[in-house]
Design a protein around this ligand. Sequence first.
Ligand SMILES: N[C@@H](Cc1c[nH]c[nH+]1)C(=O)O
Length: 411
Amino acid sequence: MYQDIFDNTNDTSVVDFSKKSYLLKKIKKRFLTYGYRQIQTSTLEQYDLYQSITGTVHPDNMIKVIDSSGKILVLRPDVTIPITRMFAAINKQQLPVQQLFYISEVFRHASQENSEQTQAGIENFGPSTVEQDAEVIALAIHTLHDLGFDSFKLEIGQASFFRELLELLNLSDNARVKLQSLIQAKNVSEIKRLLEQLRIQDDLSILIQQVPFLYGDFLGVIHSASKLALNKQMKNKLAELKRLYEVLQMYEVENYVSLDLGLINHMNYYSDIIFQGFVENVGKPVLMGGRYDQLAEQLNASLPAIGFAIDVDFLVDAMDQHALFPNVTNKMDIVLLTEQARLQEAIQSATMLRSQGYQVNVRTDESTIPASTSLIRYENKQQTLECLNHTHSFSDQNELMRLLRQQKEDE
Ligand SMILES: N[C@@H](Cc1c[nH]c[nH+]1)C(=O)O
């Protein structure tokens, strides 16, 4: 029974936390350079809001809480929707551009377990243009690059291209979901079988069977897709993708992108461009996003927007696998070991050293000394500094500071 208390936790150890904070610092710095400002939304959200919006996390996968009045709340399953809610409440029309970022926990119920993940993401509310899409994609690439990955890819898809295609088929919800997942899995033989079962007319069936092959080199895919019998809207979407690629070339990030016209995302609120970031040897995306120009319409506002979120905990694992963290040590900079009679003197030195930014502990018992780079002893009427296998005695704080500076130079 007691074991239950220890299961299903999401604790982060000291070492992992220092990795996480290293990563978050880098991400935050990069987001700031593109003009994003940090925001925080409430952890508890109205269940009704999420139930009424289509295209979000499935209600069964939300973690519910009941408040004192009996109302059902959910632990924030997504950040994009609360931010859209926030702006839709104040602005019914397009705002002056709003560029926001967040570092927040999201809570989802996944395969029998409650999962809590930290997401670091951005949302950009403003005119829906290809140039804006390119800037957001460049930011995503720039961020992954900052973390030290040199081999990663951003797979780009087009939600409306795909949707148009499916609409031509007039399918039931069930059949659509099934076909979508087969296309995403690129399961060609099952797609063929399903289309036969559904008695889809030949020319459309041939078109759909081509979709799993529409991935890879960006311009190559656009070229292959343009040869298929597409309607005008789909042709326009391809022209936009071509322009997107041109702008990504201006950012000099075109080598990091590929195109997958069969790409779908678990969130259905995306209206146009969607993307997922993959790093080498890791099967799941570490970054997900896209344009969601119609989401705010469900909240009676017109606020085109684009954004993405990074799964921070997953990225920590990926960075670990790629050995991208600098050595993390648990060591104190300095430990002061003192006899009881000189405790006050040691405490005063510790205060002075902390004011200089050193990490310092004072101890009176040798058996409790934590690992440290340097040890200062106050004993037998003497004070000494032990570091790098040398022992130096010093007479006052000035001399101690001089020794420590010297030690830094020698390191
Ligand atoms: N909220 C999305 C990511 C995203 C942010 N902005 C747009 N999309 C997710 O959790 O997958």
